[in-house]
Design a protein around this ligand. Structure first.
Ligand code: SF4
Ligand code: FES
Length: 580
Protein backbone atom coordinates (compact mmCIF):
# COMPACT_ATOMS: atom_id res chain seq x y z
CA UNK A 1 0.00 0.00 0.00
CA UNK A 2 1.36 3.51 -0.77
CA UNK A 3 2.86 5.31 2.21
CA UNK A 4 3.52 8.87 3.31
CA UNK A 5 5.65 10.15 6.18
CA UNK A 6 4.31 13.11 8.14
CA UNK A 7 6.53 14.53 10.86
CA UNK A 8 8.57 11.30 10.81
CA UNK A 9 5.55 9.06 11.29
CA UNK A 10 4.48 6.59 8.61
CA UNK A 11 0.91 6.50 7.28
CA UNK A 12 -0.65 4.37 4.58
CA UNK A 13 -3.32 5.53 2.19
CA UNK A 14 -5.56 3.79 -0.32
CA UNK A 15 -7.32 6.55 -2.22
CA UNK A 16 -5.62 9.44 -3.98
CA UNK A 17 -6.17 12.75 -2.18
CA UNK A 18 -4.61 15.94 -0.92
CA UNK A 19 -2.18 16.16 1.97
CA UNK A 20 -4.25 18.63 4.03
CA UNK A 21 -7.45 16.59 3.84
CA UNK A 22 -5.48 13.43 4.66
CA UNK A 23 -4.06 15.13 7.73
CA UNK A 24 -7.46 16.41 8.84
CA UNK A 25 -8.90 12.92 8.41
CA UNK A 26 -6.17 11.60 10.67
CA UNK A 27 -6.68 14.25 13.34
CA UNK A 28 -3.38 16.00 12.57
CA UNK A 29 -3.45 19.75 12.94
CA UNK A 30 -2.46 22.19 10.26
CA UNK A 31 -3.70 25.78 10.03
CA UNK A 32 -5.71 26.80 6.94
CA UNK A 33 -8.24 29.39 5.77
CA UNK A 34 -9.19 29.08 2.11
CA UNK A 35 -9.56 25.30 1.92
CA UNK A 36 -13.08 23.87 2.24
CA UNK A 37 -13.71 20.18 1.62
CA UNK A 38 -16.74 20.83 -0.60
CA UNK A 39 -15.23 23.62 -2.71
CA UNK A 40 -12.46 23.85 -5.30
CA UNK A 41 -8.90 24.48 -4.12
CA UNK A 42 -7.43 27.87 -5.06
CA UNK A 43 -4.57 27.64 -2.49
CA UNK A 44 -4.57 31.38 -2.06
CA UNK A 45 -4.29 31.94 1.69
CA UNK A 46 -0.90 30.17 1.94
CA UNK A 47 -1.51 29.29 5.59
CA UNK A 48 -1.29 25.51 5.18
CA UNK A 49 2.33 25.50 3.99
CA UNK A 50 4.50 22.45 4.69
CA UNK A 51 7.95 21.32 3.70
CA UNK A 52 7.56 18.43 1.29
CA UNK A 53 9.99 16.10 -0.42
CA UNK A 54 10.21 12.86 -2.36
CA UNK A 55 12.70 10.02 -1.95
CA UNK A 56 15.34 9.90 -4.66
CA UNK A 57 14.89 6.86 -6.86
CA UNK A 58 17.86 5.35 -8.67
CA UNK A 59 16.39 4.07 -11.92
CA UNK A 60 19.49 2.12 -12.85
CA UNK A 61 19.54 0.24 -9.58
CA UNK A 62 15.74 0.12 -9.36
CA UNK A 63 15.95 1.19 -5.70
CA UNK A 64 15.80 4.29 -3.51
CA UNK A 65 19.10 6.05 -2.88
CA UNK A 66 20.30 5.69 0.70
CA UNK A 67 22.25 8.27 2.74
CA UNK A 68 25.17 7.60 5.08
CA UNK A 69 22.77 6.93 7.98
CA UNK A 70 21.01 4.24 6.00
CA UNK A 71 17.85 6.33 5.42
CA UNK A 72 16.25 7.16 2.09
CA UNK A 73 17.71 10.29 0.52
CA UNK A 74 14.99 12.95 0.29
CA UNK A 75 14.94 15.68 -2.33
CA UNK A 76 12.85 18.54 -0.93
CA UNK A 77 10.86 20.83 -3.17
CA UNK A 78 12.68 24.16 -3.48
CA UNK A 79 9.88 26.11 -1.79
CA UNK A 80 7.32 25.36 0.88
CA UNK A 81 4.18 23.75 -0.54
CA UNK A 82 0.49 24.36 0.18
CA UNK A 83 -0.78 21.13 1.72
CA UNK A 84 -4.36 21.74 0.55
CA UNK A 85 -3.35 21.44 -3.10
CA UNK A 86 -0.52 18.91 -2.73
CA UNK A 87 -1.35 15.40 -3.97
CA UNK A 88 -0.46 12.44 -1.82
CA UNK A 89 2.44 10.55 -3.43
CA UNK A 90 4.00 7.24 -2.51
CA UNK A 91 7.03 7.78 -0.28
CA UNK A 92 6.38 11.52 0.17
CA UNK A 93 7.89 13.16 3.24
CA UNK A 94 6.06 16.06 4.92
CA UNK A 95 7.30 18.33 7.67
CA UNK A 96 4.87 20.63 9.45
CA UNK A 97 5.52 23.27 12.08
CA UNK A 98 6.06 20.43 14.55
CA UNK A 99 9.30 19.32 12.92
CA UNK A 100 10.48 22.23 10.82
CA UNK A 101 11.29 25.75 12.01
CA UNK A 102 11.05 27.20 8.52
CA UNK A 103 7.40 26.07 8.31
CA UNK A 104 6.73 27.43 11.76
CA UNK A 105 8.21 30.78 10.81
CA UNK A 106 6.33 30.87 7.49
CA UNK A 107 3.02 30.24 9.24
CA UNK A 108 3.64 33.02 11.74
CA UNK A 109 4.79 35.41 8.99
CA UNK A 110 1.75 34.60 6.89
CA UNK A 111 -0.56 35.30 9.80
CA UNK A 112 1.21 38.58 10.42
CA UNK A 113 0.68 39.41 6.76
CA UNK A 114 -3.02 38.47 6.82
CA UNK A 115 -3.48 40.60 9.91
CA UNK A 116 -1.88 43.73 8.42
CA UNK A 117 -5.19 45.30 7.53
CA UNK A 118 -7.56 43.10 9.50
CA UNK A 119 -9.21 45.26 12.18
CA UNK A 120 -8.75 43.88 15.66
CA UNK A 121 -12.39 44.34 16.54
CA UNK A 122 -12.86 40.86 17.99
CA UNK A 123 -14.73 42.22 21.03
CA UNK A 124 -17.59 43.40 18.81
CA UNK A 125 -17.30 40.88 15.97
CA UNK A 126 -20.00 38.23 15.59
CA UNK A 127 -17.43 35.65 14.65
CA UNK A 128 -15.56 35.96 17.95
CA UNK A 129 -15.34 32.60 19.65
CA UNK A 130 -15.62 30.62 16.42
CA UNK A 131 -13.19 32.58 14.25
CA UNK A 132 -10.33 30.56 12.74
CA UNK A 133 -8.28 33.76 12.36
CA UNK A 134 -8.57 34.44 16.07
CA UNK A 135 -7.85 30.82 17.00
CA UNK A 136 -5.00 30.28 14.54
CA UNK A 137 -3.37 33.58 15.47
CA UNK A 138 -3.41 32.47 19.07
CA UNK A 139 -1.94 29.08 18.18
CA UNK A 140 0.49 29.91 15.38
CA UNK A 141 0.73 33.65 15.05
CA UNK A 142 3.47 36.09 15.98
CA UNK A 143 3.53 37.69 19.40
CA UNK A 144 2.73 41.15 18.10
CA UNK A 145 2.75 43.27 14.99
CA UNK A 146 5.68 45.10 13.43
CA UNK A 147 3.44 47.40 11.41
CA UNK A 148 3.43 50.99 12.49
CA UNK A 149 1.56 52.53 9.59
CA UNK A 150 -2.19 52.96 9.59
CA UNK A 151 -4.36 50.05 8.49
CA UNK A 152 -6.15 50.29 5.15
CA UNK A 153 -9.80 50.80 5.96
CA UNK A 154 -12.29 49.22 3.62
CA UNK A 155 -16.08 49.76 3.65
CA UNK A 156 -17.98 48.61 6.70
CA UNK A 157 -21.49 47.18 7.07
CA UNK A 158 -22.37 46.97 3.37
CA UNK A 159 -25.77 45.34 2.91
CA UNK A 160 -24.87 42.88 0.14
CA UNK A 161 -28.38 41.50 -0.01
CA UNK A 162 -31.44 41.06 2.16
CA UNK A 163 -29.75 38.63 4.50
CA UNK A 164 -26.00 39.20 4.34
CA UNK A 165 -23.88 42.15 5.49
CA UNK A 166 -20.21 42.63 4.57
CA UNK A 167 -17.55 44.29 6.70
CA UNK A 168 -14.99 44.46 3.92
CA UNK A 169 -12.01 45.32 6.07
CA UNK A 170 -12.25 42.00 7.88
CA UNK A 171 -12.07 40.03 4.60
CA UNK A 172 -8.89 38.00 4.09
CA UNK A 173 -9.73 37.24 0.46
CA UNK A 174 -9.94 33.50 0.85
CA UNK A 175 -12.62 33.43 -1.93
CA UNK A 176 -14.70 30.81 -0.16
CA UNK A 177 -17.81 32.95 -0.57
CA UNK A 178 -17.30 33.60 -4.28
CA UNK A 179 -16.52 29.94 -4.91
CA UNK A 180 -19.74 29.01 -3.09
CA UNK A 181 -21.89 31.09 -5.42
CA UNK A 182 -19.99 29.77 -8.44
CA UNK A 183 -19.82 26.11 -7.54
CA UNK A 184 -22.64 25.26 -5.13
CA UNK A 185 -25.58 27.65 -5.46
CA UNK A 186 -24.46 28.54 -9.00
CA UNK A 187 -25.87 32.07 -8.91
CA UNK A 188 -22.43 33.61 -9.46
CA UNK A 189 -23.58 36.62 -7.49
CA UNK A 190 -20.27 37.37 -5.77
CA UNK A 191 -16.82 38.06 -7.14
CA UNK A 192 -13.72 39.74 -5.76
CA UNK A 193 -13.33 43.33 -6.94
CA UNK A 194 -10.25 45.62 -6.90
CA UNK A 195 -6.68 44.58 -6.27
CA UNK A 196 -4.08 44.21 -3.58
CA UNK A 197 -5.05 45.57 -0.20
CA UNK A 198 -8.21 47.15 -1.63
CA UNK A 199 -10.01 43.98 -2.67
CA UNK A 200 -13.13 42.36 -1.25
CA UNK A 201 -16.14 40.40 -2.54
CA UNK A 202 -18.98 42.33 -4.15
CA UNK A 203 -22.02 41.87 -6.33
CA UNK A 204 -22.26 43.24 -9.84
CA UNK A 205 -23.32 46.88 -10.13
CA UNK A 206 -27.00 47.24 -9.27
CA UNK A 207 -27.36 43.59 -8.25
CA UNK A 208 -28.06 42.30 -4.77
CA UNK A 209 -26.92 39.11 -3.09
CA UNK A 210 -30.33 37.47 -2.81
CA UNK A 211 -29.16 33.91 -3.49
CA UNK A 212 -31.59 31.56 -1.66
CA UNK A 213 -28.51 29.96 -0.08
CA UNK A 214 -26.70 33.23 0.71
CA UNK A 215 -26.31 32.59 4.43
CA UNK A 216 -24.04 29.63 3.79
CA UNK A 217 -21.34 32.16 2.92
CA UNK A 218 -21.63 33.52 6.47
CA UNK A 219 -20.87 30.04 7.83
CA UNK A 220 -17.88 29.43 5.62
CA UNK A 221 -16.36 32.92 5.82
CA UNK A 222 -13.41 32.13 8.10
CA UNK A 223 -13.42 35.63 9.57
CA UNK A 224 -16.37 37.86 10.48
CA UNK A 225 -16.44 39.65 7.12
CA UNK A 226 -19.81 38.22 6.15
CA UNK A 227 -22.48 38.31 8.82
CA UNK A 228 -26.15 37.50 8.95
CA UNK A 229 -28.24 40.68 8.93
CA UNK A 230 -30.67 38.90 11.16
CA UNK A 231 -28.27 37.49 13.76
CA UNK A 232 -25.65 40.27 13.79
CA UNK A 233 -24.83 41.43 17.35
CA UNK A 234 -27.59 39.28 18.85
CA UNK A 235 -25.63 36.65 20.75
CA UNK A 236 -22.18 35.34 21.41
CA UNK A 237 -21.35 31.78 20.55
CA UNK A 238 -20.33 30.92 24.12
CA UNK A 239 -23.66 32.08 25.51
CA UNK A 240 -25.67 29.63 23.42
CA UNK A 241 -26.50 25.93 23.62
CA UNK A 242 -25.90 24.02 20.43
CA UNK A 243 -28.30 21.12 19.78
CA UNK A 244 -28.33 18.81 16.74
CA UNK A 245 -31.63 18.85 14.88
CA UNK A 246 -33.18 18.86 11.41
CA UNK A 247 -34.74 21.58 9.28
CA UNK A 248 -38.52 21.10 9.36
CA UNK A 249 -39.31 23.96 6.98
CA UNK A 250 -39.29 21.73 3.91
CA UNK A 251 -39.13 18.10 2.84
CA UNK A 252 -35.37 17.66 2.67
CA UNK A 253 -34.69 17.53 6.38
CA UNK A 254 -31.31 19.26 6.20
CA UNK A 255 -29.27 18.41 9.26
CA UNK A 256 -28.92 21.43 11.50
CA UNK A 257 -27.78 22.81 14.80
CA UNK A 258 -30.27 24.82 16.81
CA UNK A 259 -28.58 27.55 18.87
CA UNK A 260 -30.56 28.62 21.92
CA UNK A 261 -30.19 31.12 24.70
CA UNK A 262 -32.68 31.54 27.48
CA UNK A 263 -35.29 29.37 25.74
CA UNK A 264 -35.19 31.37 22.56
CA UNK A 265 -33.81 29.97 19.32
CA UNK A 266 -31.18 32.50 18.25
CA UNK A 267 -30.06 30.89 14.99
CA UNK A 268 -30.07 27.68 12.96
CA UNK A 269 -26.95 26.51 11.11
CA UNK A 270 -26.28 23.45 8.94
CA UNK A 271 -24.77 20.23 10.31
CA UNK A 272 -22.73 18.08 7.93
CA UNK A 273 -24.50 15.03 6.54
CA UNK A 274 -23.12 13.78 3.26
CA UNK A 275 -26.28 11.77 2.53
CA UNK A 276 -28.64 14.74 2.90
CA UNK A 277 -27.25 18.25 2.75
CA UNK A 278 -23.45 18.13 2.77
CA UNK A 279 -22.42 21.34 4.61
CA UNK A 280 -25.33 23.48 3.37
CA UNK A 281 -28.90 24.55 4.00
CA UNK A 282 -31.33 27.03 2.42
CA UNK A 283 -31.79 30.49 3.96
CA UNK A 284 -35.50 29.81 4.40
CA UNK A 285 -34.72 26.98 6.82
CA UNK A 286 -32.50 29.21 8.92
CA UNK A 287 -35.05 31.98 9.10
CA UNK A 288 -37.71 29.54 10.25
CA UNK A 289 -36.11 29.88 13.72
CA UNK A 290 -38.63 32.67 14.36
CA UNK A 291 -41.48 30.19 14.41
CA UNK A 292 -39.94 28.54 17.44
CA UNK A 293 -40.05 31.84 19.36
CA UNK A 294 -42.82 34.03 18.03
CA UNK A 295 -46.58 33.74 17.89
CA UNK A 296 -46.51 30.54 19.93
CA UNK A 297 -49.63 29.06 21.45
CA UNK A 298 -49.03 28.93 25.18
CA UNK A 299 -51.73 27.42 27.44
CA UNK A 300 -54.90 25.68 26.16
CA UNK A 301 -57.63 27.90 24.69
CA UNK A 302 -61.38 27.19 24.74
CA UNK A 303 -64.14 28.90 22.79
CA UNK A 304 -66.96 30.08 25.00
CA UNK A 305 -70.63 30.16 24.01
CA UNK A 306 -70.30 33.84 23.21
CA UNK A 307 -67.79 32.89 20.55
CA UNK A 308 -64.67 34.25 22.23
CA UNK A 309 -61.59 32.12 22.82
CA UNK A 310 -60.17 32.24 26.33
CA UNK A 311 -57.14 30.71 27.97
CA UNK A 312 -57.97 27.70 30.07
CA UNK A 313 -56.38 25.19 32.42
CA UNK A 314 -55.06 21.83 31.24
CA UNK A 315 -57.65 20.08 33.42
CA UNK A 316 -60.46 21.98 31.82
CA UNK A 317 -59.08 21.30 28.33
CA UNK A 318 -58.82 17.57 28.99
CA UNK A 319 -62.30 17.47 30.47
CA UNK A 320 -63.80 19.36 27.52
CA UNK A 321 -62.08 17.05 25.07
CA UNK A 322 -63.42 13.94 26.80
CA UNK A 323 -66.94 15.37 27.05
CA UNK A 324 -67.02 16.26 23.37
CA UNK A 325 -65.83 12.77 22.46
CA UNK A 326 -68.56 11.17 24.52
CA UNK A 327 -71.25 13.26 22.83
CA UNK A 328 -70.82 11.68 19.41
CA UNK A 329 -70.37 8.38 17.67
CA UNK A 330 -67.06 7.37 16.10
CA UNK A 331 -68.31 7.82 12.54
CA UNK A 332 -68.90 11.53 13.21
CA UNK A 333 -65.26 12.14 14.03
CA UNK A 334 -62.68 13.10 11.40
CA UNK A 335 -59.01 12.97 12.35
CA UNK A 336 -56.51 14.91 10.26
CA UNK A 337 -52.86 14.06 10.79
CA UNK A 338 -50.05 16.35 9.76
CA UNK A 339 -47.00 16.17 7.49
CA UNK A 340 -45.64 18.97 9.71
CA UNK A 341 -45.84 16.80 12.84
CA UNK A 342 -43.58 13.91 13.81
CA UNK A 343 -43.99 10.20 13.21
CA UNK A 344 -44.59 9.70 16.93
CA UNK A 345 -47.32 12.36 17.27
CA UNK A 346 -49.14 11.16 14.15
CA UNK A 347 -48.95 7.56 15.33
CA UNK A 348 -50.34 8.34 18.78
CA UNK A 349 -53.12 10.48 17.30
CA UNK A 350 -54.22 7.67 15.01
CA UNK A 351 -53.88 4.81 17.46
CA UNK A 352 -55.77 6.74 20.17
CA UNK A 353 -58.76 7.32 17.89
CA UNK A 354 -58.64 3.81 16.43
CA UNK A 355 -59.29 2.53 19.94
CA UNK A 356 -62.51 4.57 19.90
CA UNK A 357 -63.58 2.99 16.63
CA UNK A 358 -62.81 6.02 14.45
CA UNK A 359 -61.96 5.16 10.85
CA UNK A 360 -61.61 8.52 9.15
CA UNK A 361 -57.94 9.39 9.05
CA UNK A 362 -56.54 11.71 6.44
CA UNK A 363 -53.81 14.26 5.96
CA UNK A 364 -53.24 17.05 3.49
CA UNK A 365 -49.80 17.03 1.82
CA UNK A 366 -48.28 20.52 1.75
CA UNK A 367 -46.77 20.64 -1.71
CA UNK A 368 -46.14 23.79 -3.75
CA UNK A 369 -45.20 22.77 -7.31
CA UNK A 370 -42.18 24.71 -8.52
CA UNK A 371 -40.98 25.75 -5.05
CA UNK A 372 -38.11 23.27 -5.14
CA UNK A 373 -34.77 23.36 -6.92
CA UNK A 374 -31.95 20.96 -7.73
CA UNK A 375 -30.13 21.66 -4.49
CA UNK A 376 -31.94 21.49 -1.13
CA UNK A 377 -35.28 23.22 -1.55
CA UNK A 378 -38.19 20.87 -2.23
CA UNK A 379 -41.71 21.33 -3.53
CA UNK A 380 -42.79 19.56 -0.37
CA UNK A 381 -43.11 22.19 2.35
CA UNK A 382 -43.42 19.65 5.18
CA UNK A 383 -40.76 17.51 6.85
CA UNK A 384 -42.71 14.28 7.31
CA UNK A 385 -45.07 13.61 4.41
CA UNK A 386 -43.70 10.12 3.87
CA UNK A 387 -43.92 9.37 7.59
CA UNK A 388 -47.63 10.26 7.84
CA UNK A 389 -48.40 8.30 4.71
CA UNK A 390 -46.60 5.24 6.04
CA UNK A 391 -48.75 5.33 9.17
CA UNK A 392 -51.89 4.81 7.07
CA UNK A 393 -53.38 8.30 6.77
CA UNK A 394 -55.14 8.85 3.43
CA UNK A 395 -53.75 11.78 1.43
CA UNK A 396 -56.28 14.48 0.52
CA UNK A 397 -55.11 17.21 -1.83
CA UNK A 398 -55.31 20.69 -0.39
CA UNK A 399 -57.90 21.61 -3.04
CA UNK A 400 -60.12 18.70 -2.05
CA UNK A 401 -60.42 19.08 1.70
CA UNK A 402 -63.66 21.04 1.38
CA UNK A 403 -65.18 18.22 -0.67
CA UNK A 404 -64.09 15.64 1.90
CA UNK A 405 -65.70 17.55 4.75
CA UNK A 406 -68.84 18.29 2.73
CA UNK A 407 -69.27 14.61 1.99
CA UNK A 408 -68.46 13.17 5.43
CA UNK A 409 -70.08 15.94 7.46
CA UNK A 410 -68.23 15.17 10.68
CA UNK A 411 -69.45 16.83 13.88
CA UNK A 412 -65.95 16.81 15.38
CA UNK A 413 -62.63 17.35 13.63
CA UNK A 414 -59.30 16.88 15.29
CA UNK A 415 -56.45 18.61 13.45
CA UNK A 416 -52.81 18.01 14.30
CA UNK A 417 -50.41 20.94 13.81
CA UNK A 418 -51.29 22.08 10.29
CA UNK A 419 -52.92 25.38 9.32
CA UNK A 420 -55.56 23.76 7.14
CA UNK A 421 -57.92 26.73 7.24
CA UNK A 422 -55.08 29.00 6.15
CA UNK A 423 -53.60 26.92 3.35
CA UNK A 424 -56.32 24.75 1.82
CA UNK A 425 -59.65 25.30 0.07
CA UNK A 426 -61.53 24.68 3.34
CA UNK A 427 -62.60 28.09 4.69
CA UNK A 428 -63.35 28.65 8.40
CA UNK A 429 -67.11 28.88 7.66
CA UNK A 430 -67.07 25.26 6.57
CA UNK A 431 -66.29 24.27 10.15
CA UNK A 432 -69.02 26.36 11.79
CA UNK A 433 -71.22 23.43 12.90
CA UNK A 434 -68.26 21.24 13.74
CA UNK A 435 -66.38 21.02 17.03
CA UNK A 436 -62.79 21.71 15.97
CA UNK A 437 -59.89 20.60 18.13
CA UNK A 438 -56.53 22.00 17.09
CA UNK A 439 -53.27 20.70 18.50
CA UNK A 440 -50.70 23.20 17.30
CA UNK A 441 -47.52 25.10 17.96
CA UNK A 442 -48.33 28.57 16.52
CA UNK A 443 -51.34 30.83 16.26
CA UNK A 444 -52.83 30.80 12.76
CA UNK A 445 -56.19 30.75 10.94
CA UNK A 446 -56.98 27.26 12.20
CA UNK A 447 -56.15 27.97 15.83
CA UNK A 448 -58.18 31.18 15.62
CA UNK A 449 -61.32 29.31 14.54
CA UNK A 450 -60.91 26.20 16.70
CA UNK A 451 -63.19 25.42 19.64
CA UNK A 452 -60.43 23.83 21.66
CA UNK A 453 -56.75 24.63 21.16
CA UNK A 454 -54.10 22.43 22.70
CA UNK A 455 -50.56 23.90 22.61
CA UNK A 456 -48.00 21.30 21.62
CA UNK A 457 -44.21 21.23 21.53
CA UNK A 458 -42.35 22.28 18.38
CA UNK A 459 -39.46 20.43 16.76
CA UNK A 460 -37.14 22.55 18.91
CA UNK A 461 -38.75 21.28 22.09
CA UNK A 462 -39.08 17.54 21.66
CA UNK A 463 -37.26 14.43 20.56
CA UNK A 464 -39.11 13.09 17.54
CA UNK A 465 -38.53 11.59 14.11
CA UNK A 466 -39.46 12.70 10.60
CA UNK A 467 -39.19 10.89 7.22
CA UNK A 468 -37.87 13.17 4.49
CA UNK A 469 -38.76 13.27 0.78
CA UNK A 470 -36.09 10.68 0.02
CA UNK A 471 -37.35 8.29 2.70
CA UNK A 472 -34.66 9.01 5.27
CA UNK A 473 -35.82 8.99 8.88
CA UNK A 474 -34.00 11.45 11.09
CA UNK A 475 -34.67 12.88 14.48
CA UNK A 476 -34.66 16.00 16.59
CA UNK A 477 -33.50 16.57 20.17
CA UNK A 478 -35.12 19.01 22.58
CA UNK A 479 -33.18 22.26 22.27
CA UNK A 480 -35.25 24.63 24.40
CA UNK A 481 -37.19 24.12 27.58
CA UNK A 482 -40.96 24.33 27.95
CA UNK A 483 -42.72 25.20 31.18
CA UNK A 484 -42.50 21.53 32.15
CA UNK A 485 -39.00 20.58 31.07
CA UNK A 486 -35.64 21.24 32.63
CA UNK A 487 -32.32 21.09 30.89
CA UNK A 488 -30.60 19.57 33.89
CA UNK A 489 -33.19 16.82 34.33
CA UNK A 490 -33.87 15.93 30.70
CA UNK A 491 -31.07 13.65 29.61
CA UNK A 492 -31.80 14.30 25.92
CA UNK A 493 -30.95 17.98 26.33
CA UNK A 494 -27.43 19.24 25.86
CA UNK A 495 -26.01 21.55 28.50
CA UNK A 496 -24.01 24.64 27.70
CA UNK A 497 -21.74 27.00 29.53
CA UNK A 498 -24.61 28.92 31.08
CA UNK A 499 -26.23 25.74 32.41
CA UNK A 500 -23.02 24.77 34.07
CA UNK A 501 -21.85 28.13 35.34
CA UNK A 502 -24.82 30.52 35.11
CA UNK A 503 -26.18 32.07 38.27
CA UNK A 504 -29.52 33.61 39.08
CA UNK A 505 -27.90 36.98 38.60
CA UNK A 506 -27.32 36.35 34.88
CA UNK A 507 -29.90 38.64 33.43
CA UNK A 508 -30.47 36.55 30.31
CA UNK A 509 -31.75 33.58 32.33
CA UNK A 510 -35.46 33.78 33.01
CA UNK A 511 -38.61 31.70 32.81
CA UNK A 512 -40.30 34.26 30.58
CA UNK A 513 -39.62 32.41 27.35
CA UNK A 514 -40.88 29.00 28.38
CA UNK A 515 -43.98 27.97 26.46
CA UNK A 516 -46.86 26.32 28.31
CA UNK A 517 -47.19 23.30 26.01
CA UNK A 518 -46.73 19.54 26.05
CA UNK A 519 -45.87 16.98 23.34
CA UNK A 520 -49.02 16.06 21.37
CA UNK A 521 -48.53 12.40 22.26
CA UNK A 522 -48.55 13.27 25.95
CA UNK A 523 -51.96 14.90 25.63
CA UNK A 524 -53.39 11.66 24.25
CA UNK A 525 -51.79 9.67 27.05
CA UNK A 526 -53.43 12.04 29.55
CA UNK A 527 -56.92 11.70 28.11
CA UNK A 528 -56.81 7.89 27.75
CA UNK A 529 -59.00 6.06 30.24
CA UNK A 530 -57.03 4.76 33.24
CA UNK A 531 -57.74 1.17 32.24
CA UNK A 532 -56.18 1.61 28.83
CA UNK A 533 -53.43 4.16 29.36
CA UNK A 534 -50.22 3.45 27.42
CA UNK A 535 -47.12 3.48 29.62
CA UNK A 536 -44.96 5.56 27.28
CA UNK A 537 -42.52 7.71 29.20
CA UNK A 538 -41.00 9.35 26.15
CA UNK A 539 -41.18 9.50 22.39
CA UNK A 540 -38.40 6.90 22.36
CA UNK A 541 -40.87 4.34 23.80
CA UNK A 542 -43.39 5.26 21.12
CA UNK A 543 -40.94 4.77 18.28
CA UNK A 544 -39.98 1.39 19.74
CA UNK A 545 -43.66 0.41 19.58
CA UNK A 546 -44.00 1.76 16.01
CA UNK A 547 -40.95 -0.20 14.87
CA UNK A 548 -42.65 -3.39 16.03
CA UNK A 549 -45.98 -2.58 14.35
CA UNK A 550 -45.48 -0.61 11.15
CA UNK A 551 -43.49 -2.49 8.49
CA UNK A 552 -41.69 0.58 7.07
CA UNK A 553 -40.20 1.36 10.48
CA UNK A 554 -38.98 -2.14 11.31
CA UNK A 555 -35.69 -2.04 13.27
CA UNK A 556 -35.73 1.76 13.41
CA UNK A 557 -34.67 3.21 16.76
CA UNK A 558 -33.26 6.46 18.13
CA UNK A 559 -29.97 4.67 18.83
CA UNK A 560 -29.64 3.62 15.19
CA UNK A 561 -30.61 7.07 13.93
CA UNK A 562 -27.95 8.60 16.15
CA UNK A 563 -25.28 6.09 15.17
CA UNK A 564 -26.02 6.17 11.45
CA UNK A 565 -26.93 9.84 11.10
CA UNK A 566 -30.46 8.93 10.04
CA UNK A 567 -31.68 5.72 8.42
CA UNK A 568 -32.64 5.28 4.78
CA UNK A 569 -36.01 3.51 4.66
CA UNK A 570 -37.30 1.53 1.71
CA UNK A 571 -40.33 3.48 0.58
CA UNK A 572 -42.84 1.82 -1.66
CA UNK A 573 -42.85 3.44 -5.07
CA UNK A 574 -46.33 4.92 -4.83
CA UNK A 575 -45.89 6.21 -1.29
CA UNK A 576 -43.32 8.77 -2.30
CA UNK A 577 -44.44 12.35 -2.60
CA UNK A 578 -43.83 13.72 -6.02
CA UNK A 579 -41.53 16.69 -5.50
CA UNK A 580 -40.65 17.27 -9.09
S1 SF4 B 1 -15.73 37.67 2.70
FE1 SF4 B 1 -15.03 35.97 3.97
S2 SF4 B 1 -15.36 34.16 2.66
FE2 SF4 B 1 -15.44 35.93 1.33
S3 SF4 B 1 -13.34 36.19 0.56
FE3 SF4 B 1 -13.54 37.49 2.38
S4 SF4 B 1 -12.81 36.24 4.06
FE4 SF4 B 1 -13.22 34.85 2.38
S1 FES C 1 -5.67 26.38 2.85
FE1 FES C 1 -4.00 25.93 1.64
S2 FES C 1 -3.51 27.78 0.74
FE2 FES C 1 -5.27 28.24 1.84
Amino acid sequence: MPEIFIDNKRYEYEEPGKVLQFMLDHGLDLPFFCYHPSLSIPANCRQCVVKAGMPVFDRDKGAYEIDEDGNRKIRYFPKLMTACSLDLADGMVIHTHHTDDLVKQAQADNLEFILINHPLDCPICDQAGECPLQILTYKYGPEGSRFEHKKVHKPKAIQLGPRVILDAERCINCTRCTRFTEEISKTNQLSIISRGDKNYPMTAEGEEFDDPYSLNTVDICPVGALTSADFRFKARVWEMNQTPSIDVSNGKGCNTYIWTRDNLVMRITPRFNEAVNDHWMPDAGRLSYREYNENRISKPHIRLNAGNQVKSSWNNAELTFREELEKRSADKIQVIGSPHASVEDNYVLKSSFEKLGVQNFSFVPHVIPGAGDDLLLTDDQAPNTNGVRALGYAATESGKLKKLIDSKKPSMIVILNDDLMGRTDAPPELFEDTFVVYLGTNHNETSKHADLVIPVTSAAEHAASYVNVDGRIQRTFPAKETLYTNRRLNLEMSMGRLDHYGTKFDNWVSDANRIDCIPAWEFFVRISPDSDRPDWQSSRDILDQISGEVPLFRDVSYERMDDENGIQLKLEQDSEVNTV
